[in-house]
Design a binder for this molecule. Structure first.
Ligand code: ADP
Ligand code: ZN
Length: 214
């Protein structure tokens, strides 16, 4: 099964993708994670995208489509792919359809995660992650453990993303509404869209997604 998790920044796509990976042996392909990894390892591409990402704007279609193409070619299909943070533009959506078709695969389902804008701002400004394993924490609902150690891996490197601030979040939300939200209509028209309420607890949202996937 190949699925897309679609929704604004802070909708919980990464959190739910991790749950699906654990439960269904699926492979998570997050362009945001790939771009951050390129920055950390200091590649030419990583340097090129750094400022754009920190401002909260989208990097070019060419770069992210290239990243996804590489991953699709290199990764065994396992339980299927979860596309997280990709596609974000109509051009990316068309490219993904073509890439999957070339490989003899298809897209099974697009899950739209609906969360209202006030909740997004609150979530993102409270967010941190484990620098070692990527576990996601929230200052209000899932605080970093008091003993200073990640509950998943024991790592001590609590990190906050450079673009998780109000200014950049405003730009990310605008980019979402202008460039990404048309994909909701695009996939609805194709008959692939399922919408879930992304506002509930992590477990409630996971159950809703399970229901949508059948
Ligand atoms: P979020 O969904 O929380 O905004 P991501 O981790 O998915 O964050 O992405 C972080 C940043 O990486 C984006 O703001 C953008 O600059 C860049 N990015 C990630 N995926 C894409 C994509 N598919 N197309 C263009 N830019 C992307
Ligand atoms: Zn960890």
């Amino acid at each position: 099964m190949n699925i897309i998790l679609l929704g604004p920044p802070g909708a919980g796509k990464g959190t739910q993708a991790r749950i699906l990976v654990d439960e269904r042996d699926m492979v998570q392909l997050s362009t945001g994670d790939m771009l951050r990894a390129a920055r950390t390892s200091g590649t030419a591409m990583g340097k090129k995208v750094a400022d754009v990402m920190d401002r909260g704007e989208l990097v070019t279609d060419e770069i992210v489509i290239g990243l996804i193409r590489e991953q699709l070619e290199d990764t065994s299909h396992a339980g299927g792919f979860i596309f997280d943070g990709f596609p974000r533009t109509l051009a990316q959506a068309d490219a993904l359809g073509a890439l999957l078709a070339d490989m003899g695969h298809k897209l099974d389902c697009v899950i739209e995660m609906q969360v209202d804008d006030d909740a997004l701002v609150a979530r993102i400004t409270a967010r941190s992650t484990c620098g070692n394993c990527g576990e996601v924490y929230n200052d209000a609902t899932k605080p970093w453990p008091a003993d200073g150690k990640c509950s998943n891996c024991g790592g001590t490197d609590q990190t906050r993303r450079a673009d998780d601030n109000e200014e950049s979040l405003k730009t990310r939300l605008l980019a979402y509404y202008k460039q990404t939200s048309p994909l909701i209509g695009y996939y609805y028209a194709k008959g692939d869209l399922k919408s879930v309420d992304g506002l509930g607890s992590m477990e409630a949202v996971a159950a809703a997604i399970k229901g949508a996937l059948g």
